[in-house]
Design a protein around this ligand. Structure first.
Ligand code: SP5
Ligand code: ZN
Length: 348
């Protein structure tokens, strides 16, 4: 399997976040990228593709169009301007942490534009992110997207920051641009003939409220999520969320108890992969979070290393072209092995 990555993703490095009311080092750290990459490269199952700056030749106009198709133009302006506004108003130069009502004009509009409380905007990462259209973060996050059409059956992207909590108009939960959504849209937009169906299977511990919102009323994209409940992001992810009036049945949630173990997890995943198979997509994007792991510092499941290759096998049984995009996973000593487990299980 080809694994795409770029060291540019290291430039996104907010110093801290607020968790349980305390300032703590930022869990979604650059170190995560190294841990995953170095573990994968120990295995002969993976071939590396490094994307260097600038990567204009791979971030084509089509990719930028896919990004614009997912996110609101005013949200890009928010991301681009908010750090400087924050500092000008006396905020810490370390990072903009949105506990205030900055840009309330936008937040009050329908749906809101801006950041959920944990969407840290740091000096280096986001201006980069924000030279968006064509640059920075997009390239790092979405490095795999333009290459998708050239791939065989499967590819992986060691991307950070993650994406699945980002909606068309809001960042949060460490996410700014929704990589899985952009990948799905890019695939659809580059297809000839009818718009192909895409399934997004989200196995991050958290509900991907961003991805769910983006495709909620779109019958061409199935979103299926397994996630710990009740837990962050708290207000979304119930079984009652089935899709909008034009897309009933294309949003499927499996909220799982916090004490879920390997057996409980794999049983639910089998149902989720059945849902994907029945949708008959031409592409499956897997939002690959490994914060389901038992020792993850932010989460509560009891899933152990043995489960990850099993997850990969179940995903492979769907039998369609697959793109794995990294989401969460914060226990540094295991994230590499968890990711490797899924991808090797898939390759078997
Ligand atoms: C992509 C992703 O995995 N984002 C997750 C963001 C979670 N942020 C809020 C976590 C709240 C955690 N409560 C912590 C209890 C610590 N024991
Ligand atoms: Zn997560």
């Amino acid at each position: 399997m080809l694994v795409f990555h770029t060291p540019l993703s290291l430039l996104h490095d907010p110093p801290h976040e607020i968790l349980s009311g305390c300032v703590q080092p930022y869990f979604e750290s650059p170190e995560r990228y190294f841990r995953i990459l170095t573990t994968l490269l120990k295995s002969t199952a993976f071939e590396e593709r490094t994307l260097e700056w600038p990567v204009k030749e791979v971030v084509t106009e089509e990719v930028l169009e896919a990004i614009r198709a997912v996110h609101d133009e005013r949200y890009f302006a928010f991301l681009a301007e908010i750090y400087d506004e924050w500092v000008a108003e006396g905020g810490s130069k370390d990072a903009a942490l949105p506990e205030t009502f900055l840009r309330s004009d936008l937040l009050l509009e329908e749906g809101g534009i801006g950041s959920q409380k944990d969407g840290a905007i740091a000096r280096i990462g986001e201006p980069l992110l924000l030279r968006l259209v064509g640059t920075g973060h997009c390239e790092s996050v979405h490095s795999s997207v333009p290459l998708l059409s050239r791939l065989d059956d499967a590819s992986g992207a060691d991307t950070r920051p993650p994406g699945h909590h980002a909606t068309d108009t809001l960042c949060g939960g460490y996410c700014y641009l929704n990589s899985a959504a952009i990948s799905a849209r890019h695939f659809q937009r580059s297809a000839k003939g009818d718009k192909p169906r895409v399934a997004i299977l989200d196995i991050d511990y958290h509900h991907g409220n961003g991805t769910s919102k983006i495709f909620y009323d779109d019958p061409t994209v199935l979103y299926v999520s397994l996630h710990g409940s009740p837990d962050y992001p708290y207000y979304t992810g119930s079984e009652a969320e089935r899709g909008g009036p034009n897309a009933r049945g294309t949003n499927i949630n499996y909220p799982l108890p916090l004490e879920t173990d390997n057996e409980g997890y794999l049983t639910a995943l089998e149902k989720a992969t059945d849902n994907v198979r029945r949708f008959e997509p031409e592409l499956m994007v897997v939002s690959l979070g490994v914060d389901t792991y038992i020792d993850d510092p932010l989460t509560n499941f009891k899933v152990t290393l043995a489960a990850y290759p099993e997850m990969g096998r179940l995903i492979a049984q769907v039998g369609v072209k697959t793109l794995f995009v990294m989401e969460g996973g914060y226990y540094l000593d295991a994230i590499g092995d968890c990711v490797r487990g899924v991808l090797e299980g898939f390759e078997e």
